[in-house]
Design a protein around this ligand. Structure first.
Ligand SMILES: Cc1cc2nc3c(=O)[nH]c(=O)nc-3n(C[C@H](O)[C@H](O)[C@H](O)COP(=O)(O)O)c2cc1C
Length: 272
């Protein structure tokens, strides 16, 4: 008897179930129908145009419900090979190689660069398009004002001439503000998720544009003195600061020689 369990046993199922090609076809049909109904734009219609097997979403959903039994709990099925290449695909490569750079060189993107990057990340998923986020640019002496606000928040008193140097760790900080709107259909937590998404997208966008970034916060982030400095409204939440600068040469060399392994993806993926 083989020492290796088959994949259905590993996933906790006693008996191997045959692969349900019918269900797969139905799902494909539903996707095609969705495209043909034009809900995803002209590019998607073009993609679906070649298919003659399109069904309406309603038909496909009904068939889908019949073929997928709620009691079967197999876990993800990794038996089909993936066509995704995270090395060759430039977007996936940028996402997967991104890392935070804690010590940054002084060059920074200019405000026009920031505008373009923000333009790109404004595609972030956003329920009802409420745009519940914004960034605040902090450069030069504004970083000293931030240090003073953090000191005030933390009750720190320094000798004359001394300043809080933490915000000086980069020449450019971008404060991320979650700015939820009142909406009966979109709870505040969803809007915070959108704001966090904008922050993560911007980290990757800056990385892809060649800049180093580190997202920092701390337990003083939403203390009154700090909120006041950023002119936050009552419901707004400061989600920290992206510290931005050039990637030092020594880091580039270190990164060229070392590949930090990504965590095992299985831990992040399951089925119901
Ligand atoms: C919202 C948020 C706040 C963070 N605040 C801090 C912080 O104050 N100090 C810190 O060392 N790391 C902080 N981090 C983590 C770093 O940005 C970074 O992700 C971590 O050091 C791991 O490095 P990596 O991004 O290369 O995996 C924060 C991350 C997030 C998303």
């Amino acid at each position: 008897m083989s020492k290796h369990k088959d994949s259905s046993e590993r996933r906790g199922s006693k008996k191997k179930k045959p692969k349900d090609d019918g269900a797969c076809e139905v799902t494909k049909g539903r996707v095609r129908a969705h495209f043909l109904e034009g809900e995803t734009g002209p590019w998607a219609k073009k993609l679906a145009a070649g298919s003659s097997a399109a069904t309406t979403s309603a038909e496909a959903t009904a068939a889908d419900e019949q073929t997928v039994h709620p009691a079967r709990r197999l876990g993800p099925d990794y038996s089909a090979p993936s066509s995704i290449d995270i090395v060759a695909d430039p977007v996936l490569h940028a996402i997967s190689t991104r890392r935070s750079i804690s010590k940054l060189d002084p060059e920074t993107p200019n405000d026009s660069d920031l505008r373009e990057l923000i333009h790109a990340v404004s595609s972030v998923a956003d329920h009802k398009g409420l745009k519940p986020w914004r960034f605040i640019i902090i450069r030069g002496d504004d970083r000293i004002r931030l240090g003073a606000a953090l000191d005030e928040a933390g009750g720190v008193h320094r000798k004359s001439g001394e300043i809080n140097e933490k915000p000086l760790r980069a020449e450019l900080l971008l404060a991320l503000v979650a700015a939820p709107r009142d909406n009966p259909k979109v709870p505040e937590w969803e809007q915070h998720a959108t704001a966090a998404g904008a922050g993560h997208l911007l980290e990757v966008a800056l990385w892809q544009a060649g800049w180093g970034v580190m997202w920092r916060s701390g337990n003083l982030t939403n203390e009154p003195a700090v909120r006041r400095l950023h002119r936050l409204k009552d419901k707004e939440l400061l989600m920290g600061w992206l510290y931005i600068g050039a990637v030092p040469e020594r880091y580039r060399q270190r990164m060229a020689n070392s590949t930090r392994p990504l965590p095992e993806p299985e831990q992040f993926l399951d089925t119901l």
